[in-house]
Design a protein around this ligand. Structure first.
Ligand SMILES: [Zn+2]
Length: 434
């Protein structure tokens, strides 16, 4: 067990718990006692979140993870050359509020020691039927952070949906200190039609945090953000490669934030890619709202890939243990993590048949041949070479292509680490990266 690695964060969580114990004690006396079985899988409520008022994070921070306090976490671990961020001194802790004892998600009271399934009324079908987004909430008997898992924002990315389902099926309230919230199918429209998009061809993951008066994508995003996301102290959003591309399992986040860096370390994914996030994505907007968020990428869309799913499930369990939320033993191995602080897309300049000559995860040097493009009626037209040294973290499957097609995503091993706390730049969409 990597106890040394967990100790600083465990200390932080312990501080958070100590902070909340008085409140918990008061709240526990006021609330009904936790049920013995702790499991209630039935659908309890249909919630129209447009009518539900939720406190903003600025008004009611709920845990240390939400506080941005883990500035000392990385610095406390001298063996870590990535998380070695200077501690910035203690942050004033806000006064506790009743939000910890009385947890309401989507307008539904979540009691300690329960596992509940609720649905958000996030949209309607063409015939006016409610399109219900399922949410599973597992609240432990003891206080702690609220970790949220989202998947299926792109309806055709199934690995994440199955990963979240497995985690939710496995965890019971007795296993937890704190609360685990799972949304395995955020984009129900897309999931039903097995497409990335919404019925109006909009990408839901470009419309957060949304608006109750905007496009359908914006309204769905708003319902989800207000109904669930604002309650999260940290968030993992699961994705897969799009349009016949596959991604090496990787975690992406804004690693100028020590909180987010810790999430990446807790997940234990071998490859971590710094990226501030595209404007309008759930990851970017949740981060902007002071909810530390990382994106977990793995595999291809429209497939259920066993190793990728298992890796994701292990990663979440590892993270739960790492941040002190999982109170049952879970053995995991230390893994080397390779951080890339920049990445680049490599495009083909000729149309034809694209045949890659490297694999996901391969390490490449400048000018390494990555692929060949063949004339459909003749021989070789061109080779595609690596512009930077690094690693293949995403790539297209063999297919026919036209000039400009983005064929490879390379982690740049020579990119310098950005300074901590750097202001996030605006980032435009690039090849549907997430
Ligand atoms: Zn996606």
């Amino acid at each position: 067990m990597p106890g040394d690695a967990r100790r600083p964060l465990a200390l932080l969580v312990a501080l958070a718990l100590a902070w909340s114990l008085l409140l918990w004690d008061r709240g526990a006396r006021a609330e009904a006692p936790a049920t013995e079985s702790g499991a209630d899988e039935s659908i309890d409520h249909v919630v129209d979140v447009a009518r539900v008022a939720t406190p903003t994070r600025d008004e009611a921070p709920e845990s240390a993870l939400a506080e941005g306090e883990p500035t000392a976490i990385g610095a406390a671990d001298p063996s870590d050359d990535v998380a070695g961020v200077e501690a910035e001194g203690p942050t004033p802790r806000p006064q506790p509020t009743d939000a910890l004892a009385h947890l309401d998600i989507g307008g539904h009271r979540i009691e300690p020691g329960t596992k509940q399934r609720i649905v958000l009324h996030a949209s309607e079908s063409f015939v006016g039927a409610s399109v219900e987004t399922p949410v599973v909430i597992i609240r432990g008997r003891n206080p702690g952070p609220t970790l949220c898992l989202t998947a299926g924002i792109h309806g055709d990315e199934l690995n994440g949906t199955e990963t979240v389902r497995r985690v939710l099926a496995r965890i019971t309230p007795d296993d937890l200190d704190g609360t685990l919230v799972g949304m395995p199918i955020v984009n129900v429209h897309g999931f039903r039609s097995r497409t990335r998009y919404l019925p109006d061809r909009r990408d839901l993951n470009r419309h957060f945090p949304g608006s109750p008066y905007g496009s359908s994508a914006s309204r769905i995003a708003y319902a989800i953000f207000e109904g669930v996301i604002r309650h999260c102290d940290a968030l993992i959003d699961f994705h897969s490669g799009s349009f016949h591309r596959s991604n090496l399992p990787q975690v992406r986040g804004d690693f100028t934030s020590t909180d987010i860096l810790e999430l990446a370390r807790g997940l234990g994914v071998n490859v971590a890619v710094h990226h501030p996030g595209i404007t309008g994505t759930l990851r970017r907007e949740a981060t902007t709202h002071r909810i530390p968020t990382v994106l977990y990428e793995g595999g291809e869309s429209l497939r259920l890939q066993g190793p990728e799913i298992q890796r994701g499930e292990n990663g979440v369990l590892r993270l739960l243990r790492y941040i002190g939320m999982l109170n049952v033993p879970y053995e995991f191995e230390e893994r080397d993590q390779e951080f890339f602080f920049d990445s680049t897309w490599v495009r083909v300049n000729h149309g034809g048949i694209f045949v890659p000559s490297v694999k996901l995860g391969d390490r490449v040097e400048v000018d390494t041949v990555l692929a060949t493009v063949f004339d459909p009626l003749g021989g070789e037209r061109a080779v595609v070479r690596a512009p930077v040294a690094g690693r293949v973290i995403g790539m297209a499957m063999p297919q026919v292509v036209i000039p400009g097609f983005a064929a490879f995503h390379l982690g740049d091993r020579n990119a310098p680490r950005p300074p901590p706390g750097e202001t996030l730049p605006e980032v435009a969409d690039l090849e549907h990266t997430e």
